[in-house]
Structures are given as structure tokens and as C-alpha cells.
Design a protein around this ligand. Structure first.
Ligand code: ARG
Length: 458
């Protein structure tokens, strides 16, 4: 394929340089956006009288036929094309003749590539939002099922206080809700049209950028033509939103690996989402969770790649910016795959309630409640804390729990103790009493669940 820019030079490029330069192998996935963008451009050229309406119609018909043929597979990408933009333009001219050469009036590949990418990432951010929403709904449903299942809550990976499994799961839903919020915020900044910025300086033609932007569903147009073709913030923002989603999935994955280990045995993953070992027959490995955790590093790499590519670039367009695509495509593909499989894994895992409850019964995680009980009897918290600490040390030494100490043993530590202490350290009571806003009490978890459903079902 001859170069669209042959003129100043004869367009004959060294074979290795040509392959090195070409972005078609990866930007061909933008073909629908490229063609739809060109159709709107042709309509704008006709609407403003820059070309005749007949010429505009010839361009849009030709472009539509290319779109249909690429969709159906009747037309194949020519590997000799430099990028998706030149491929479409050259194919158009082959099909409709010289009028095809009018399409590129009042634009440049610099604004065109930014347009295509914004259109593509707008769709992707919607797809990712939908997948996050689906996962958040699944986790919410699981939380509802397990809203009264007691487990130990941890800090420093040490048993800390009893919580419910539902409450723990709802913590992830809150993260996913923030992820959705971030995505919608980023989408607003993606949805700004750069087309008409041309190479960098705008154009002498009487174009109508607002007409074109509106046709393509943009809410605004870039207000500075140099910025319009230089800006890749929207790419970085989207990968960074995706990185945060991956970080959340990765923490969840890490817990799933821990919980499904023989040491914890808090959950059992469905067979459909685990693998066995080729030599150890007892194994059921949480590969999906591990892979999601692993792929998080890869997405961070995508983010760093684009940040680093952009950091030293002078305005406006530089070819370095072609490197944005593989990174952002990889981040989008990866997060979508992770969200899908993660949803299946979480939707089918089973909580082993008895094991969770047993773990909550060991380790004195009701010691704070013991202290709070003494505070209720009139002691200052710091004093109550000290007495409770001594009781825990005593119980641990004598192989007892706070539930199994006798009233006499309690009275040795303070005359304030009466039989009410047993209700105070009962795990179920410990949990249900935590009704502070956002606390682990069942009614508070129910409030979180209805909030999440309301947001997610909107
Ligand atoms: N393939 C290029 C990219 O992905 C398109 C823009 C090329 N513009 C140019 N003046 N060479 O960034």
C-alpha cells in the first residue's frame, strides 16, 4: 500500500522501519470508531458546504460499505497499511475514486487518533462499569446470605473482634461502588471531542466542531487545539481507575487464598473455579484468585508505561504516543476478564460457617466487649482495659475462654462482675450490639445492603 503522505518524500520506507512504524496490528480494533468518526466528519464537511452534499453522501456510503465488509469479514485488513486511519482512507478511495481523497479535509491523523481512542475508551469504560456493577451485586447478594454469620475480624492478620462475614463482604462492595464513581467521573473527561483540532493549530476551513461532536455523542469539545491533540490524561485516568479496581480484586483474591487454605478453612471454592495438582491428590488450588492477584501487577505496568511515555513529551503530537494503545487495550481486556471470572468465583463460593464461628471463639476476640462491660459498671475505659487484659492472660494460661470462666474467677479480678458478663461476651451479642452507623451489627449490615442495592439498581 502506498503511503498516504507520499509527496515530500516518495514514501518508500525501509521494510524494517515500515513494520516498526505500523500500528495496524493493534489499532485495527478501533475500526468501528474510526469509520463512525469519518462518517460524522464527512457529514460535517457537507453540512458546512466545505464539500458538496453529493460528495458527502458518496463518502458516507463508501465508509458504511467498508464498515459492513469489515464486520462481516468480506474485507480484510491490509497488513501493509500504516495504521487503521490510512487503511480506511485508502480503501475508501479504492472503492469510490478520487472523491475519497476529500475525506481528510480539515482534519489530521492527530485529532483523528485521539477521537477514535476517546470513542473506544468511552465504550470500554461503560463495559467495565457494567462488569463492576454485576460483581458488586453478586457480592451484595452473598453478603445478604451471610449477614449473621460470625467470623473473626482481623487487624495485623491477628484475630481482633468478631464481625459477620456479610459485613466483611460489604466492605468490598463499598470499594466497588467507589470504583464505579471513579469510572463515571473519568468517562466525563473522556467524552470531550478533539476532532477539528487538526494537526495542532485548528484550520482555516469554516468547520463546525460542535455539529461533529454532537453527531458522535460527545458532551463537549476540546477548547484548545494544541491540548486536544496532546492530551492523553484520559488514557492514564482510565488505566489508573482500572488499577484501583485490580488492587481491590487483588486484596479480595488474597483473602480468598487465605480463607480457602487448610489453615483457615473459612470458605470452599466451587470445583469449577479451582484446579488440582498433577501430583498431590489432596490439592484444590485457588488459581483464579491467584491469577487475578498476579494480573494486577501487569495492569500497574500498563499504567506506568503510559505515564512514563508521556512525562517527557513536548507538545503537541509525538509518535511516542502510539505506545498508549497496547497498554490501555491490555488494561481493559485484563480487567474485563478478571471481573467476569471473579464474579463466577465469588458467586459460587461457600462459607464454612462452623469453622468461622470456631475461629471467632478462640483468641479472646470478645475482650473489648469485656472491657466495655466494666465501663458499663462505672469504670473508666483505661482501667477496664487493664483488668480485661489480666483476665485474658489468666484464661489463656488456664486453657479457658471468657465464656467458660466461672463467676468466682471473674470476681477475683473485680467485685463489679455479675452474671451479666456472660451475655456481654457472647459472640452473637458482641456482633449484634455493634449498631453504630457502618458497624457490623446485623441491622447495620442490612442498611448497607439496601444502600448498595439502591445505588446499583439505579
Ligand atoms: N498511528 C498513530 C498513533 O497511533 C496515529 C497518529 C499518527 N499521526 C501522525 N502524524 N503520524 O498515534
Amino acid at each position: 500500500m502506498a503511503k498516504i503522505w507520499a509527496g515530500r518524500t516518495d514514501g518508500a520506507v525501509d521494510v524494517s522501519a515500515d513494520g516498526f512504524n505500523s500500528s495496524l496490528p493493534f489499532d485495527k480494533r478501533l475500526y468501528r470508531n474510526d469509520i463512525k468518526g469519518s462518517i460524522a466528519h464527512a457529514e460535517m464537511l457537507g453540512h458546512t458546504g466545505i464539500i458538496t452534499e453529493e460528495e458527502a453522501a458518496a463518502l458516507t456510503d463508501g465508509l458504511s460499505s467498508i464498515l459492513d465488509d469489515l464486520d462481516s469479514g468480506a474485507l480484510e485488513f491490509d497488513p501493509a497499511a500504516e495504521d487503521i486511519h490510512s487503511f480506511v482512507e485508502q480503501t475508501l478511495t479504492e472503492r469510490i475514486g478520487d472523491v475519497g481523497k476529500k475525506l481528510h479535509t480539515a482534519r489530521s491523523r492527530n485529532d483523528q487518533v485521539a477521537l477514535d481512542l476517546r470513542m473506544y475508551l468511552r465504550e470500554k469504560s461503560d463495559e467495565i462499569s457494567e462488569a463492576v456493577r454485576t460483581l458488586a451485586l453478586t457480592v451484595t447478594k452473598r453478603a445478604e446470605e451471610y449477614k449473621a454469620v460470625i467470623m473473626p475480624g482481623y487487624t495485623h492478620l491477628q484475630r481482633a473482634q468478631p464481625i459477620t462475614f456479610g459485613h466483611h463482604l460489604m466492605a468490598y462492595v463499598m470499594m466497588l461502588l467507589r470504583d464505579l464513581d471513579r469510572l463515571s467521573d473519568t468517562r466525563r473527561r473522556i467524552n470531550v471531542s478533539p476532532i477539528g483540532c487538526c494537526a495542532l493549530a485548528g484550520t482555516t476551513y469554516r468547520t463546525d466542531r460542535y455539529f461533529e461532536a454532537e453527531k458522535l455523542g460527545f458532551e463537549a469539545v476540546a477548547l484548545n487545539s494544541v491540548d486536544g491533540v496532546s492530551d492523553r490524561d484520559f488514557v492514564i485516568e482510565l488505566i489508573s481507575d482500572i488499577s484501583v479496581i485490580m488492587m481491590h480484586l487483588s486484596r479480595f483474591s488474597e483473602e480468598i487464598c487465605l480463607w480457602s487454605s487448610f489453615e483457615f478453612r473459612f470458605i470452599e471454592l466451587s470445583d469449577a473455579f479451582t484446579t488440582g495438582s498433577s501430583i498431590m491428590p489432596q490439592k484444590k488450588n485457588p488459581d483464579i484468585a491467584e491469577l487475578v492477584r498476579g494480573k494486577t501487577g501487569r495492569v500497574y505496568g500498563d499504567l506506568l508505561a503510559v505515564l512514563t511515555t508521556m512525562k517527557g513529551l513536548p507538545l503537541a503530537y509525538n509518535k511516542d504516543m502510539q505506545e498508549d494503545k497496547e497498554a490501555v487495550f491490555d488494561a481493559c481486556d485484563t480487567v474485563l476478564k478478571c471481573l467476569e471470572v471473579f464474579n463466577g468465583m465469588v458467586g459460587s463460593m461457600k462459607a464454612l460457617k462452623d469453622n468461622m464461628r470456631k475461629a471467632a471463639s478462640d483468641g479472646f476476640i470478645n475482650a473489648t466487649d469485656l472491657a466495655d462491660y466494666l465501663v458499663g459498671k462505672g469504670l473508666p475505659f483505661r482501667t477496664a482495659y487493664k483488668i480485661s487484659g489480666k483476665i485474658v492472660a489468666y484464661a489463656a494460661e488456664n486453657g479457658k475462654t471468657l465464656e467458660s470462666l466461672s463467676p468466682e474467677e471473674y470476681k477475683e479480678f473485680s467485685p463489679l462482675f455479675d452474671d451479666g458478663v456472660y451475655a456481654a461476651v457472647d459472640l452473637y451479642n458482641c456482633v449484634t450490639r455493634r449498631i453504630s452507623a457502618g458497624g457490623t451489627g446485623v441491622s447495620s449490615v442490612e442498611a448497607q445492603i439496601s444502600y448498595a442495592k439502591e445505588v446499583l439498581e439505579k
